[in-house]
Design a protein around this ligand. Structure first.
Ligand SMILES: *Cc1c(COP(=O)(O)O)cnc(C)c1O
Length: 369
């Protein structure tokens, strides 16, 4: 970690604070058809596949755009027009999947579950039993607005037993939580460069069973995963201009992840960040939105103090003036805000943030616990 170069600390769910080495890796220009760049992409895709222990029969397809582009490509390319998608919905990202699938003209059923509780796999099982026309199920591993983790393996087991196919939004877990087993069990899994992988924003990835692809199925040209995969396999080329610098930064981020000791070690660091944050917030008298048992080390959603002197915009400005950036909440019915634990952040960064929040508390005369 090189202090001074990380001027801004982003306590946000992504884009997030990157290390200097990742930022530096983006400083070169690359010719997109040059063999060295083809090797760079190949290296990145192979490394990500290794991390997921994806074997033969699985394709790891890179795609330009933010995470939502990858999710949209996954839905449009894998759910056939004759299929029906059941969206397991306990948060805004699952709701977005439903909107995408409907916009693409796919038949959708939403299983709406409470947004403050992890998905109960039995509810998915019952919904599948009740509707034999469902061919695919979509689920979100971690609903990032709340920081709520869903039991993706148990959901995958239920979907598999029912003979349907599972599509997973693993955006905010890839790089930290273990997705090797889920990756084998599901039809496809989408993630992006700029969350727990700690790369720059601008790239999505879909790990998919090759058997799920069908040429010409996607209703989109640019977001056609099968075409992207076919082109990629043929010559390592991108169909359309690749975000060259982002790819270089993401490859460096992957190297960094491997050097850190892989997702398990990274999760340990996030857990340490989270525990420092949790203890500091408790001391400030801040309550969490979720029950203690459901908290995840990715992002912490906090209730605003019940004191008219507290003003989120003011707190935000106070922290931003110190190059510390937190996230507003947009949780229906709860005045809240969020603090992320992911990125190139360490315990001392969490303590620095907490000290700055403490200064705001003192300035406003807010009560501590
Ligand atoms: C970040 C995120 C996405 C993608 O959002 P973008 O703004 O398109 O990057 C999708 N799902 C989840 C769960 C996320 O956390």
């Amino acid at each position: 970690m090189t202090e001074g170069t990380r001027r801004r600390l982003l306590f946000t769910p992504g884009p997030l604070t990157m290390s200097e080495r990742v930022r530096a890796a983006m400083g070169e220009d690359w010719g997109s058809r040059d063999p060295a760049f083809v090797d760079l992409t190949r290296d990145l895709v192979a490394g990500l596949s290794d991390l997921l222990e994806a074997g033969a029969g699985h394709a790891l397809v890179p795609l330009q755009g933010s995470g939502t582009f990858a999710v949209e490509a996954m839905i449009g390319s894998l759910v056939p027009p004759s299929g029906k998608l059941l969206v397991v919905e306990n948060g805004v990202y699952a709701e977005r999947i439903g909107r995408i699938a409907r916009t693409l003209g796919r038949e959708v059923a939403s299983l709406v579950l409470p947004a403050t509780r992890p998905v109960d796999p039995a509810a998915v099982e019952a919904a599948l039993a009740a509707d034999p026309s469902v061919t695919h199920v979509a689920a979100v591993h971690l609903e990032t607005v709340m920081g709520l983790v869903n039991p993706i393996e148990a959901i995958a087991d239920v979907v598999e037993r029912a003979g349907r196919k599972l599509l997973v939004d693993a955006m905010s877990t890839f790089g930290a939580l273990d997705l090797r087993s889920a990756g084998q069990k599901c039809e496809a899994l989408a993630f992006s460069s700029n969350k727990c992988l700690q790369g720059p924003p601008g790239l999505g990835f879909v790990l998919a069973r090759e058997s799920g692809f069908e040429a010409g199925r996607s209703p989109s040209v640019a977001l056609d995963l099968e075409a992207q995969w076919r082109s990629w396999k043929a010559n390592g080329q991108w169909r359309f201009t690749p975000p060259t610098h982002v790819l270089a930064g993401t490859r460096e981020a992957l190297r960094e992840l491997v050097e850190e000791g892989g997702p398990a070690k990274r999760l340990e660091r996030y857990q340490g960040n989270f525990e420092a944050l949790r203890a500091g917030c408790r001391a400030l008298g801040l309550a969490t939105v979720l029950d203690e048992a459901d908290l995840s080390p990715v992002i912490l959603a906090l209730r605003e103090p019940d004191d008219p002197r507290f003003d989120f915009e003011e707190l935000y400005g106070h922290l931003a003036a110190r190059d510390l950036f937190i996230y507003p909440g947009n949780l229906i019915g709860t005045a809240s805000f969020r603090i992320g634990c992911i990125g190139d952040l360490h315990r001392e960064d969490m303590l620095r943030l907490l000290a700055a929040i403490g200064d705001y508390w003192d300035e406003k005369g807010l009560a501590r616990a």
